[in-house]
Design a protein around this ligand. Structure first.
Ligand code: PMV
Length: 362
């Protein structure tokens, strides 16, 4: 697929008004995307578990304008409250995707969104939020062009979501999604995420992820700035090729369910991501003292119990605790007894691998 193939054929139907709703999950990367080229093209391929409980529900109501103008016409609300502050981000998103959705200026949109997790939890809502909106927009396009295949619908939804927030490209499908060209992953593309096409052992189908809310404050450095600092970064090229290598190493691990080796790659990826931040110029640290306390507790517990619990991190201080479903009882007890104390207000969210976004019918 090339970008041009996402420019639609002339629409065959007209629709004057309607409403659509999608629930889209967050995702947690195992091999991290950090660094990008122009137009949200990733500097290296990444792979993630699609989550389930952490999700955004977006309702999009649309009404055809009698006199379409040169501007986009929309309002956005979060949890029923108008959010003027979100408008510039959505406007930029619409500008980026207008070429691929030419109906955008012909309608007025009311975007109502809500997250299952608190807005101030430090959990990024951009992946679930942008993918939910992209799916709603694709649903409108499907009404205008009913011959669209499901494959095209999903690929284009991921393609559009990517233009909103890179990692959102991985929130359309489940349970393991790969985004970015990789030599041995068939169908992989820089333009959109795909369901991991190679063999996946059942242990990964219902893997657990408990998100420990270590710091709920505003991040000191945004992902956008962080990605940008990979330009001219002294270790960038090595890091990008390492991501390719790690994806190759994961192939037999996903197939066999070798958790020992899985842990080695996942934890190394998390620390490498943060090492890139610490070695950027200007440098920065997003981990907090409690992030390190938790990592050390996990290592001690793993050593003592031979558990397969491990951690990963996103671009923040929160810790994602990953473990197989058949160790759920022991690990949940460990989290409550030993890790909750390092979370802000003792807060954490139990989540697990899910199957991707869903349309919600009234
Ligand atoms: O989608 P963005 O631009 O917010 O970048 C996300 C980057 C990481 O969460 C740190 C890694 C990843 O692959 O999700």
């Amino acid at each position: 697929m090339t970008e041009k193939e996402f420019i639609p054929s002339p629409y065959t139907k007209t629709v004057s008004t309607g409403k659509t709703r999608f629930k889209s999950p967050s995702n947690i990367a195992l091999v991290k995307y950090w660094g990008k080229k122009e137009n949200q093209i990733p500097a290296n391929p990444s792979i993630s578990f699609t989550l389930s409980e952490c999700a955004t529900v977006t309702t999009l109501s649309y009404t055809k304008l009698n006199n379409p103008g040169s501007m986009f016409s929309f309002n956005i609300s979060l949890d029923g409250k108008r959010e003027e502050g979100f408008k510039p981000k959505i406007k930029t998103f619409f500008e980026r995707i207008y070429r691929y959705l030419p109906f955008l200026k012909e309608y007025h949109f009311e975007i109502e969104t809500s997250n299952s997790f608190p807005h101030s939890s430090g959990i990024a809502s951009s992946a679930s939020g942008m993918s939910a909106l992209a799916l709603c927009l694709m649903d409108i396009e499907r009404n205008l062009y009913p011959k669209m295949t499901l494959e095209y619908f999903n690929e284009k939804a991921s393609f559009l979501a990517r233009l909103g927030s890179g990692s959102a490209a991985r929130s359309i499908k489940g349970s393991l999604v790969q985004w970015g060209n990789h030599a041995s992953i068939k169908g992989s593309s820089d333009l959109f995420g795909i369901e991991y096409p190679n063999k996946v052992h059942p242990v990964f189908q219902n893997y657990c992820d408990t998100i420990l809310l270590v710091d709920k404050g505003q991040k000191q450095v945004s992902s956008t700035v962080g990605h940008d600092l990979m330009h001219g970064h002294p270790f960038a090229e090595k890091r990008f090729s390492q991501a390719h290598e790690n994806l190759s190493k994961l192939e037999p691990i996903f197939a066999s369910g070798n958790l020992q080796d899985f842990i080695g790659i996942v934890e190394s990826e998390a620390l490498t991501l943060h090492a890139m931040m610490m070695t950027s110029m200007p440098y920065f640290i997003l981990m907090k003292p409690n992030t390190l306390e938790i990592i050390n507790k996990i290592w001690t517990f793993r050593e003592a119990t031979k558990s397969h619990v491990c951690f990963t991190l996103d671009a923040g201080a929160n810790v994602h605790v990953l473990y197989p479903n058949d160790e759920k009882a022991e690990v949940e007890r460990f989290i409550e007894d030993e890790l909750a104390a390092f979370c802000q207000n003792g807060q954490f969210i139990h989540d697990h691998v899910g199957n991707g976004a869903q349309k919600i019918n009234d």
